[in-house]
Design a binder for this molecule. Structure first.
Ligand SMILES: [Zn+2]
Length: 134
């Protein structure tokens, strides 16, 4: 797999399947999911909002609705940064390039490569996608 958009779409499809399975899981009673229990602890105690502990915040981040919204946003970014292969076999980013000004950003552009970094340990991740840490 050498197409970065194909690679990212496969990761997002994996995460989407997991989020949908978590949302459909038959918890013992309504509100018993980890993200709902964590959110419930961020309640008001004696008139003050109780801050959430980091482990509670992580559970809220796993809320399937949030995960699915995040995936939708990333797919929109992927759609904007699609590859354009011109007649000279030069491949550039549709979003980051300005052909009318003669400015071309080679594809995959830095934005796409940034999106791939959370998956750098995946066996299909290619070293050419790695972003150098400065
Ligand atoms: Zn781009």
């Amino acid at each position: 797999m050498d197409d970065l958009i194909e690679f990212l779409n496969a990761r997002y499809a994996d995460e989407e399947r997991i989020a949908n399975a978590a949302a459909a899981f038959p918890y013992d009673f309504p509100g018993d999911s980890p993200w709902e229990r964590a959110r419930a602890t961020a309640n008001i105690i004696n008139g003050k909002l109780r801050a959430m502990a980091p482990h509670e915040m992580v559970a809220v981040f796993a809320d399937p609705a949030r995960v699915l919204a995040d995936i939708a946003a990333k797919r929109a970014i992927l759609a904007r940064h699609d590859a354009v292969d011109d007649s000279l076999h030069y491949v550039y980013c549709a979003w980051c390039s300005t052909p009318s000004a003669g400015a071309y950003q080679p594809w995959p552009c830095p934005d796409l490569r940034d999106l791939a970094q959370p998956y750098a340990s995946h066996p299909d991740f290619l070293e050419q996608w790695r972003v150098a840490v400065s």
